[in-house]
Design a protein around this ligand. Structure first.
Ligand code: ATP
Length: 312
């Protein structure tokens, strides 16, 4: 990468175990109430400081922008600005992204990459920022970004910037199925708003999770819901088909993640999850991943050179 010091950091995908879209705010955004969980499907970032000024991003996947449209570049610029460093003076920032999380899929890949960039630069530049400080730098980048600073699980409210730790006890595997078409988040919100006249209040079970700050997988499986599910599943046949196949393969529950189009099933054990992955993987065009529903908190380690992405 031609940089003096490099760190490696994994950026995990997320799923929404609960996603309630509440009232529309005066600023046009909606208030959210979501239980979010990272899963072990991860992008890999190599972040380095360089003697050459500027922010440069390389990505192994064609189709992912590497300019100012990429949240990684915007995150790096936000960190430099808040740290009082000029982008036109060294040190510059060089980042190599190995993309494994499907894009525009409701899995928060870009947001996770952004949070990972903030964490890596905090370490590389020796800024010593607290998590609260990193939340304040990353919140303007997107509503899912602050969550990743609280991985593996958290309760996310308001516009996404009000994040509180939540422990989800026990263990599960998930099978993620991406049908191969994107659903634009903005469009999904428009469909949701057009189809409803009032907002359902939060259930007592969800209020209890909020109060306790801890929930067991058995309990959360029983209350999982996503407001986009009712709007998008009837209009996209593949989503209903995936849900039915996941349930037939032994999932405890199957639900859309975020505003889709990835659907995930929750499984008690690895063997059943791998079996489901093999069964659903037979459909051409679907990308299927079986992974543990957990990850470690995002943190960086001494880097080295990027390894090539595995095939498949
Ligand atoms: P969102 O709900 O924000 O759409 P998502 O998880 O469904 O989130 P992402 O994979 O984060 O989708 O990508 C959404 C859009 O962001 C795409 O149009 C993509 O080109 C752009 N993008 C910006 N930065 C990244 C990144 N680091 N990785 C992937 N996509 C990115």
């Amino acid at each position: 990468m031609g940089s003096d010091r490099t760190v490696r950091i994994n950026a995990p995908a997320k799923i929404n175990l609960v996603l309630r879209v509440l009232d529309r705010r005066p600023d046009g955004y909606h208030n959210l109430w979501s239980v979010m969980q990272t899963v072990r499907l991860e992008d890999e970032l190599y972040v380095g400081l360089s003697a050459r000024a500027g922010i440069r991003l390389q990505c192994d996947e064609a189709g992912v922008p590497t300019d100012g449209r990429n949240l990684i570049v915007r995150a790096a610029a936000a960190v430099l600005a808040r740290a009082g460093r000029s982008e036109s003076r060294p040190p510059g920032v060089e980042i190599h992204l190995i993309k494994r999380i499907p894009v525009s899929a409701g899995l928060g890949g870009g947001s996770s990459d952004a949070a990972a960039t903030v964490i890596a630069l905090n370490a590389l530049l020796g800024l010593g920022w607290s998590r609260d400080m990193m939340v304040s730098v990353s919140a303007p980048l997107g509503s899912d970004v602050p969550f990743f600073l609280f991985a593996p699980s958290a309760l996310v409210r308001d516009r996404g910037e009000a994040v509180t730790s939540l422990s989800v006890t026990g263990a599960r595997w998930v099978v993620l199925v991406n049908p191969g078409f994107p659903i634009e988040t903005r469009w999904a919100y428009e469909q949701l708003s057009a189809g409803r006249t009032s907002v359902r209040p939060l259930s007592d079970a969800l209020r209890r999770i909020e109060r306790d700050g801890s929930v067991a997988w058995e309990q959360v499986v029983a209350v999982m819901e996503n407001d986009f599910d009712a709007v998008l599943v009837p209009t996209h046949d593949a989503l209903g088909q995936i849900k039915r196949q996941l349930m037939a393969a032994g999932a405890e529950v199957a639900l859309l993640s975020g505003s889709g189009a990835t659907v995930f099933g929750v499984f008690r054990d690895e063997a059943t999850a791998l079996h489901a992955q093999a069964a659903l993987g037979k459909t051409e065009g679907w990308r299927v991943f079986a992974v543990p529903a957990s990850s470690v908190p995002l943190s960086c380690e001494a880097g080295g050179a990027p390894r090539p992405a595995p095939v498949g």
